[in-house]
Design a protein around this ligand. Structure first.
Ligand code: ACO
Length: 402
């Protein structure tokens, strides 16, 4: 049935690559990963330096524009993003349509998609000015929607953006401030969360980014494309892994139980895997995991959490796994999800919000990749082929004769 010769004749080349393990889908100048060396660069800058010295909006500018902003460009960018943080009041009514117990990611997918109904000008993606405004709107409004999704789930009134605050402090306030009570943003937590956003901002052609590019390749509205990316990110094999890693650490419970779980992870007849370990591309320590581990310590210290049993389990699990021949041979190292759950939980976020926070941070990566694709003159609609393995051609049988 599969006539590879014919397919080859039609295209000059035909590859079958399930999971796209060895197929580049595009050229890109945004993010570079060297999985063997554990290197991650945004526009050429090491993730370690960006996380140490910069802030998330600086990273947004870098990803979108290709270079670090000057002081005046940064001030202008911050101001423009800040001016777009409000969502239309009708969005608040739109939220009322969701069930009270809806997963916040379901609310995110729906509400980001709904923004396409508010910004008709963004449909003119041939206009660079409109593309930039759409980018600003998305970076600015997704945190507002994320905080609204959280407030809606816990049954509290929405908190409007306070634009005298910086981007991440504003987001923390929208999540955790309660009317009639004073709320002061903790600068250490705000800085830590800002750094977590930098670490998640882009990761080249992962599943959700590829989804955004494929959706956008048809010329679709950019808000609808970002909603498609959020839908893809929601899956447990992608953005949902940090939740799974935290659940695993809770299940292990104490350091005495670690050897039992290590043995389970090595047993080929047991489907159990160490969550937060291993990566398709990194065959070395995920550089983001190192920064995340440091951030976890900073957050727990700040909150006065001296002995977090989950952190004790995580540190010991990492130590044992990294000296075990199974993990060494298979090059399985902690990935970004290994420590992020502990950190976000300590900050007060419920596990159902973890992927929402990932969505917030990855929005800039999606939009930068979407822009790069739209601005590429050689861009064509994405249209993978298949190997057909179904029935051969056959005659239709009328229903009475089947
Ligand atoms: N625990 C135990 N063994 C593992 C683990 C693990 N976490 N990860 C991989 N292995 C083993 C596999 O059993 C396989 O062994 P084999 O060669 O004897 O069959 C080998 O290592 C290679 O694993 P694959 O699944 O083939 O590697 P792949 O690149 O397809 O998968 C993945 C990568 C999905 C991340 C995998 O390592 C995994 O399931 N990890 C746990 C989940 C997780 O942490 N996901 C988050 C990824 S990071 C992110 O999305 C932001």
């Amino acid at each position: 049935v599969i006539d590879i010769g014919k397919l080859y004749a039609q295209t000059g080349m035909f590859t079958f690559d399930p999971g796209f393990t060895s197929t580049a889908s595009c050229e890109s100048q945004i993010t570079y990963i060297d999985g063997d060396e554990g290197v991650l660069l945004y526009r050429g800058y090491p993730i370690e330096q960006l996380a140490e010295h910069g802030d998330f909006l600086e990273t947004c500018f870098l990803l979108l524009e290709g270079q670090l902003p000057t002081a005046s460009q940064k001030a202008d960018f911050d101001y423009r993003v800040t001016r777009h943080t409000m969502v239309h009041e009708q969005m608040a009514r739109f939220f009322q349509g969701f069930r009270r117990d809806a997963h916040p990611m379901a609310v995110m997918v729906g509400s980001i998609g709904a923004l396409s109904a508010f910004y008709h000008d963004s449909t003119d993606i041939s206009d660079p000015h409109q593309r930039m405004i759409a980018s600003m709107r998305m970076i600015a409004k997704v945190p507002t929607l994320a905080a609204m999704a959280y407030k809606y789930t816990v049954g509290q009134p929405f908190v409007y953006p306070l634009n005298s605050l910086d981007y991440t402090s504003n987001f923390l306030r929208m999540c955790f401030a309660v009317p009639a009570e004073e709320y002061k943003v903790n600068p250490v937590l705000s800085r830590a969360l800002d750094r977590i956003f930098i670490l998640h901002a882009d990761h080249e052609q992962n599943a959700s980014t590829s989804t955004v590019r494929l959706a956008g390749s048809s010329g679709a509205n950019p808000f609808a494309c970002i909603a498609a990316g959020a839908a893809c990110l929601w899956g447990p094999a992608h953005g949902g892994a940090n939740e799974a890693a935290l659940k695993m650490l809770e299940e292990i419970g104490s350091v005495e139980n670690i050897p039992k779980y290590i043995a389970k992870a090595k047993d080929k007849n047991d489907p159990f895997r160490l969550m937060g370990f291993g990566h398709r591309v990194y065959k070395n320590y995920d550089p983001r995991a190192k920064i995340m581990q440091k951030t976890t310590h900073e957050v727990l210290n700040e909150l006065g959490i001296k002995d977090d049993p989950l952190l004790d389990v995580a540190i010991e699990l990492e130590r044992i796994a990294l000296s075990d021949p199974y993990f060494i041979e298979k090059k399985l190292y902690p990935n970004i999800d290994f420590y992020s759950g502990i950190t976000l939980k300590a900050m007060g976020f419920p596990t159902s919000m973890f992927t929402v926070l990932f969505t917030l941070a990855r929005t800039v990566g999606w939009i930068a990749q979407w822009k790069e694709m739209i601005e590429d003159p050689s861009q064509r609609i994405g249209r993978p082929r298949q190997l057909y393995t179904g029935a051969p051609a056959r005659e239709y049988t009328p229903i009475g004769r089947r």
